[in-house]
Write a protein that binds this ligand. Structure first.
Ligand code: ATP
Ligand code: MG
Ligand code: FE
Length: 339
């Protein structure tokens, strides 16, 4: 079985071909980061325009690399949401056009289901499992009891983890996206500033990062006013220590409570070296931990094809009325996707 995956939810135009849901045959990502850098974030209008320019080039490159053609595909899977509506539409409409022209089944994929299924490209899932999703727009703890089913047991009440990284990076005058820069600085810095940890209520698996973000900004302003210079490396290390401690502790507690067989980590912040190290230490050999290779943490289409393969096997088909849904709900998506 060969699935073509298409991903255009944000600022990456990506296509990939995945065999049997687990083997990457080709994986092409055209990033627009350079065009958005000078604005310090993704500009939706610019993103859409880039997708239009890139999509045919990425399509040709993907099939060239795989030495295959659309005819060889069993289905076409596309991110239908969540994301930027104008960006999503380019992918959805391209997928519909291809599926219609070549008479192929069309499958809609939830972007976060994709991030989670990036892990299945390395190792088969064992249920029940717990997924920690940490990306630019999401921070969630999700329990999966079977393929294609997602129960959110905790989520952020304000900023997403990646968003906090990007905002703090901005105050430190680091380029967009700031996550990798903070990660790099944190490695050489000392976590000597005591930033708050947002544990919330004892029994809550929710997260909050806006207080931490404000604490970092206030600390920097206060230091400036007193004429003290804080080392960026130390601020980065202290901020990261707070984020990583809360993410790791809540994930561990939930893994125990739900008695899961695997813990998987997904989304752009899963690329964070501090988080990867801490989770590995915490789970050790106690519970199996899956973390994707770096290039499958951030947005790509191999993960969309991997999730699409499961949805396809479960009989999920999209009609010609498939539309971009910028606020697609993961739990509702999983109910719809399962037969
Ligand atoms: P979503 O998936 O929620 O719709 P998105 O697709 O924009 O959002 P991703 O591509 O999954 O997000 O991840 C991008 C985010 O990951 C950015 O916020 C970026 O700063 C962050 N990120 C990438 N690498 C690292 C790293 N090494 N450390 C921390 N954060 C990182
Ligand atoms: Mg991106
Ligand atoms: Fe993403």
């Amino acid at each position: 079985q060969f699935i073509l995956g298409i991903e255009t939810s944000c600022d990456e135009t990506a296509m990939a071909i995945v065999k049997n849901g687990v083997e990457v045959v080709a994986n092409v990502v055209a990033s627009q980061i350079e065009s958005h850098k000078r604005f310090g974030g993704v500009v939706p209008e610019i993103a859409s325009r880039h997708h239009v320019e890139q999509i045919t080039i990425v399509l040709e490159e993907t099939f060239e690399k795989a030495n295959m053609s659309v005819e060889d595909m069993d289905a076409i899977a596309v991110t239908e949401g969540p994301g930027l509506v104008g960006a999503l539409l380019i992918g959805v409409n391209s997928a519909k056009a291809l599926a219609f022209a070549k008479n192929k089944p069309l499958v809609g994929v939830h972007h976060i289901a994709g991030h989670i299924y990036a892990n299945r490209l390395n190792k088969e899932f064992s249920f029940p499992l717990l997924a920690l999703v940490v990306s630019g727009g999401h921070t969630e703890l999700i329990v999966m009891r079977e393929h294609g089913s997602f129960e959110i047991i905790g989520e952020t009440r304000d900023d997403a983890a990646g968003e906090a990284y990007d905002k703090v990076a901005r105050t430190l005058q680091l380029p967009y996206p700031g996550g990798p820069h903070i990660d790099r600085l944190a490695k050489v810095g000392e976590a000597n500033i005591d930033f708050p940890r947002a544990w919330l209520e004892d029994d809550s698996y929710d997260f909050s990062f806006s207080g931490l973000k404000s604490a970092v900004i206030n600390t920097l302003h206060n230091a400036e006013q007193r004429g003290v210079t804080l080392k960026k490396e130390d601020v980065a290390a202290s901020f990261q220590a707070s984020v990583v401690e809360v993410l790791t502790a809540k994930t561990y507690k939930a893994a125990k409570e739900y008695g899961v067989k695997q813990v998987i980590v997904a989304g752009g912040v899963a690329a964070n070296q501090g988080l990867r190290n801490e989770l590995q230490l915490k789970f050790n050999d106690e519970i199996e931990l899956l973390i994707p290779p770096l290039d499958l943490c951030t947005d790509n289409a191999a993960m969309i094809a991997a999730a699409g393969s499961i949805a396809y096997d479960q009989g999920h088909r999209a009609g010609w009325d498939l539309n971009a849904n910028p606020s697609l709900d993961l739990e509702k998506y999983s109910l719809r996707g399962t037969l």
